[in-house]
Ligand binder design. Structure first.
Ligand SMILES: Cc1cc2nc3c(=O)[nH]c(=O)nc-3n(C[C@H](O)[C@H](O)[C@H](O)COP(=O)(O)O)c2cc1C
Length: 341
């Protein structure tokens, strides 16, 4: 299967996935009977790299085959523009490989206006660049405000001919950080960033860690489903079902071990309440992919509807907590916060 058809398969499989219990369900927040604030005065404004936005969440990177990717990203970018929300585009590897942007070019920048927009590239593909400056070819066309590098070893391992040589990838990330004209963010793709890797990434010059933990889109399942030769490497398809860290585990561990780092939460964020809970656990913003995929395949209006629900759920959460601004959320708002120590 070529990479375009594999990416088409990602969208189809991700849409078919069902999600069970969430790590966010065990986190309870402190209710206030006398909030002393007005629901509609609650401040949700959140800057990303000094650019203002209207809410502390962003669209997490999603890619697909050429036409799907173009449509999906256009619907997402138009909705972001309307509500003033930040967005990351899906992997731009093909732009560098064969010069085809597949809609991840000036058209996304045009659709989103001046809002924060993040480029995306796989860290394991960095050694294939002739020079690090080649990354300019994905930053410039979208006037990227940040470069997101994704770590996906447990996705590659289940792909036929996946990239499984991860030696010295950290050295390449460090070179990107030295060169990059925009801040570098590193994210997982749904297995959760661990503390050890996070420390290495911060030392390499990475500005923001996006945890992308388990609990949402399961990329191992997607690749296993698409790999017709999977039985050559696995006895049953579910051997690695419980691999990785949940989004809440990642946030708790990184806050404890790297309290000064800036962290984004993603992986299984379903609604505005999950966004608020992740901020109580130390995230400065939350990223959403899977939950926006179905509406993004439909229309801009469908995306707008879900985003408006996120915004109102966030507002209601702050109201119930008696918090006047979303940036004030912290561990003190978690009920029985001793379990976080
Ligand atoms: C269809 C699809 C395509 C994705 N493509 C990319 C990608 O190109 N680059 C990337 O960094 N992450 C990619 N992701 C991962 C998401 O950005 C996110 O980290 C992951 O899905 C967990 O978030 P979720 O549970 O909200 O889906 C993709 C996710 C989906 C559903």
């Amino acid at each position: 299967m070529d990479s375009i058809n594999r990416k088409r398969g990602h969208i189809k499989s991700a849409l078919d996935q069902e999600h069970s219990a969430s790590c966010f369900d065990s986190i309870r927040l402190k209710h206030r009977s006398l909030p002393n604030i007005s629901l509609h005065q609650i401040v949700l404004d959140t800057p990303f790299f000094e650019k203002p936005t209207n809410a502390p969440f962003f669209v997490s990177s999603m890619t697909g085959g050429p036409s799907e990717s173009e449509r999906i990203n256009r619907h997402l970018a138009e909705a972001c523009n309307e509500l003033q929300i930040a967005m990351g585009v899906g992997s731009q590897r093909v732009s560098i490989q064969d010069g085809e942007a597949h809609g991840l070019n000036w058209s996304v920048r045009h659709a989103i206006g001046d809002l924060p927009l993040f480029a995306n590239f796989g860290a394991v593909n960095l050694p294939h660049l002739k020079v690090v400056q080649e990354l300019g070819r994905i930053l410039d066309p979208i006037e990227a405000d940040a470069l997101i590098l994704h770590l996906n070893p447990m996705q590659e391992v289940f792909q036929p001919n996946g990239d499984t040589d991860w030696r010295e990838i950290i050295g390449h990330i460090s070179k990107v950080c030295e060169w990059s004209p925009v801040p570098v963010v590193v994210k997982e793709v749904g297995f959760g960033l661990d503390v050890h890797s996070s420390k290495e990434l911060i030392s390499a010059g990475v500005k923001i860690l996006d945890v992308a933990g388990t609990g949402g889109t399961r990329f191992a399942d997607i690749e296993i489903e698409l790999n017709k030769d999977i039985s050559e490497i696995l006895s049953t398809n579910d051997v690695f079902d419980n691999w990785g860290y949940t989004t809440t585990e990642c946030l708790i561990n990184i806050r404890r071990e790297l309290p000064a780092s800036t962290c984004w939460a993603s992986g299984g964020i379903r609604n505005g309440l999950d966004i608020a809970k992740s901020m109580c656990l130390g995230a400065s913003a939350a990223g959403i992919a899977g939950r926006l995929l179905q509406p993004a395949t439909e229309s801009t209006d469908a995306v707008l509807r879900v985003m408006r629900q996120f915004i109102s759920e966030l507002r209601i959460t702050c109201f119930g907590l008696g918090v006047a601004a979303v940036r004030e959320l912290n561990t003190k708002h978690i009920l029985d916060d001793t379990r976080l120590d």
